[in-house]
Design a protein. Structure first.
Length: 111
């Protein structure tokens, strides 16, 4: 079996997922009302349609935050990636390609 070390991007995504799961768990527990008294909850307490609308807005904001966090992490990962020149230089340094091959490929990248 191949070992896989987590990259910084994967670590950040795992932290985001764990944090989101923890907040969801705690929020669900906090919203539970074991006494059966629903005063102040979404439809109760005279809020009517406003309570339902606020629930939709709340979940919309949560989903948007998750979407933008994933997008931010994925852009961050792409920005820190190696360029073609860096990869070529590394391959030459490791001896995977000889000097002629390096020069040909470098000239092709520069065009």
């Amino acid at each position: 079996m191949l070992k896989h070390e987590m990259t910084e991007k994967e670590t950040d995504m795992l932290r985001l997922t764990n944090t989101t799961a923890a907040f969801t768990l705690f929020a669900t527990t906090a919203m539970a009302d074991p006494g059966g008294d629903y005063y102040g909850h979404m439809w109760g307490g005279g809020f009517g349609m406003l309570g339902g609308l606020m629930m939709i807005v709340f979940w919309g904001v949560i989903i948007a935050l998750i979407f933008f966090a994933v997008r931010w992490f994925s852009e961050k990962g792409r920005a820190s990636g190696s360029s073609a020149h860096d990869i070529l230089r590394d391959r030459f340094a490791r001896g995977e390609i000889d000097e002629d091959e390096y020069r040909k490929r470098k000239a092709a990248l520069d065009d």
